[in-house]
Each structure stands twice: as structure tokens, then as C-alpha cells.
Design a protein around this ligand. Structure first.
Ligand code: ADE
Length: 265
């Protein structure tokens, strides 16, 4: 009981220290539109053609931006938002393809570990994965970037008080879990690739931006959190499923992000 009390005190004190401007990123319009529609005192600033919306969400100062799809776009906008808005934390919200068969459309995965699945040496036989390297320190980065543990704890707490959208009226209530995400410049529609991600990375989901945000924040010493909701299973049905379920999945991720922000008092 005492340990639990101390845990909540530490969580509260740590969460309080994040009460500065929060950057929220999503790759596609569907991934940012729910949060954008609820932004109070919204103002838009344009940098290099990218639109950054500042304002208040649940009473907290935020800056919100749509990165565009893929690693390069995510890299540009993450760098710009850090440089021009000096956020104290960065949160990514969006959809992903499930690798873990226990994950279903609408479920949320809090990304604890983030890695690229397309970085390394490509030979005739295989892709041998390498960690990236920080060009300033010349140090190898970790193979897996870790989301901030306090933010994960805040997300888990916030998840208890939210109502997520069901995929259909008779489908089960979506669930929230914590796991590993692999990022690459490919929309994955291959059960063979899914098996490889599971074997090589113990991945739970795949998407196209998360590890980029993680790497930039790691190199800049900024706490980050990657939230994804499942739109498809990255298999042969993924292109059709993605179209059908991306909106409800994007909204579920945004619903959790909004609750996280509320809890960052
Ligand atoms: N985002 C959502 N579904 C995806 C998939 N199957 N591959 C890559 N990114 C995704």
C-alpha cells in the first residue's frame, strides 16, 4: 500500500515537471484532426511550408503538426518542431499495422521500444540490422529507443479512464497494451514480413515514423512517447483494412493522447 502511494507521488511529481509545451505529431490528417478540432486559442505558424498549430488542449500548452508519411517527412517536422517550439516532451499519435496476433483493429499499443526494420546492411541473403549512430557524439545509438518510462506510466493510468471507439457495435471494447514497434519506409502488406518482424525484433506493431521521432528525441535528450492504434494486421488484407479502419484507429490513439495530456498536471 505504502509502495503504491509512493509510486503515485513520484508519478505526480514527475508528470508535473512536464507541464510545459507539449509537441504532438501525427503523420496523416486523420491522425491529428480530432486533436486539432479541440484545440483552444489556436494559432497557426508556418515553417518551410509545414503548418504548426499552437493552442491549449485540456488546458495544457501544445503544438500540433502533421508530418506527412514516412521517415524523411517525420524527421523534417520533428526537427522543426523542436527547433522552433522548444517542447519539453514529444508525443506521436497515429495508426499501425499489428505484428502481434493478439492485437486487433482499434486496440492501442503504447510503444515502449522503437527500432527501424530497414536500417542495416543488405546482402544477397539478408538484411543485417545495425543500430544507427549519433553523428555528433559518434556513439552508436541503441538498437531500440525507449519511450520515457514516466510517460508510459502516465499513459497506462490515463488509459483506465477513457472510452475507446469500437470497430463495430458488436465488437469487443478495444484494449491498451505496451510493446515494441518497428518503423520503416514501407507500408507492410506481407505475412512473411510480419513473421520476420516478430522473429527478429519481437515486434508487436509496425509503422512508418515512430523510430524517427524516437531517434531525434534520444539524440536531443527529450522525453518522448509513441502511441499507435491498430488499423490493420500488416498482412495481405492490410491495404483494404487500412482504408476501412484508419479513422477509428486514429481517433482511438488521439483519445488516449488527450487523456495523457490531461494527466500531465
Ligand atoms: N500504418 C498502418 N498500417 C501500416 C502497415 N501495414 N505498414 C506500415 N505502416 C502502417
Amino acid at each position: 500500500m505504502k509502495t503504491r502511494f509512493i509510486f503515485f507521488v513520484i508519478l505526480f511529481v514527475s508528470a508535473t515537471s512536464f507541464a510545459q509545451r507539449i509537441a504532438i505529431l501525427g503523420a496523416m490528417t486523420e491522425e491529428v484532426e480530432l486533436l486539432q478540432s479541440q484545440l483552444k486559442q489556436a494559432k497557426t505558424k508556418e515553417v518551410l511550408g509545414f503548418k504548426f498549430k499552437t493552442g491549449k488542449l485540456n488546458g495544457k500548452k501544445v503544438v500540433l503538426a502533421e508530418t506527412g508519411i514516412g521517415k524523411v517527412n517525420a524527421s523534417i517536422v520533428t526537427t522543426l518542431i523542436i527547433k522552433h517550439f522548444s517542447p519539453k516532451i514529444v508525443i506521436f499519435t497515429g495508426v499501425a499495422g499489428a505484428v502481434n496476433p493478439d492485437l486487433n483493429q482499434g486496440d492501442i499499443l503504447i510503444g515502449k521500444r522503437l527500432s527501424y526494420h530497414d536500417y542495416g546492411r543488405l546482402t544477397n541473403d539478408s538484411l543485417k540490422f545495425y543500430p544507427t549512430r549519433n553523428p555528433h557524439t559518434k556513439q552508436l545509438n541503441p538498437q531500440f529507443f525507449l519511450s520515457d518510462s514516466i510517460l508510459i506510466a502516465v499513459a497506462n493510468e490515463a488509459a483506465k479512464g477513457i472510452e475507446l471507439k469500437k470497430i463495430t457495435s458488436d465488437s469487443p471494447q478495444p484494449r491498451v497494451s505496451v510493446g515494441t514497434i518497428v518503423t520503416g519506409d514501407t507500408f507492410v502488406a506481407s505475412s512473411v514480413a510480419v513473421a520476420g518482424f516478430s522473429r527478429n525484433y519481437q515486434a508487436d506493431a509496425t509503422e512508418m515514423e515512430g523510430a524517427v521521432v524516437a531517434q531525434i528525441c534520444f539524440q536531443q535528450n527529450l522525453p518522448f512517447l509513441i502511441i499507435r492504434s491498430i488499423s490493420d494486421k500488416a498482412n495481405e488484407a492490410a491495404p483494404a483494412d487500412f482504408q476501412t479502419f484508419k479513422k477509428v484507429a486514429a481517433d482511438n490513439s488521439a483519445i488516449l493522447v488527450k487523456a495523457i495530456i490531461k494527466n500531465l498536471e
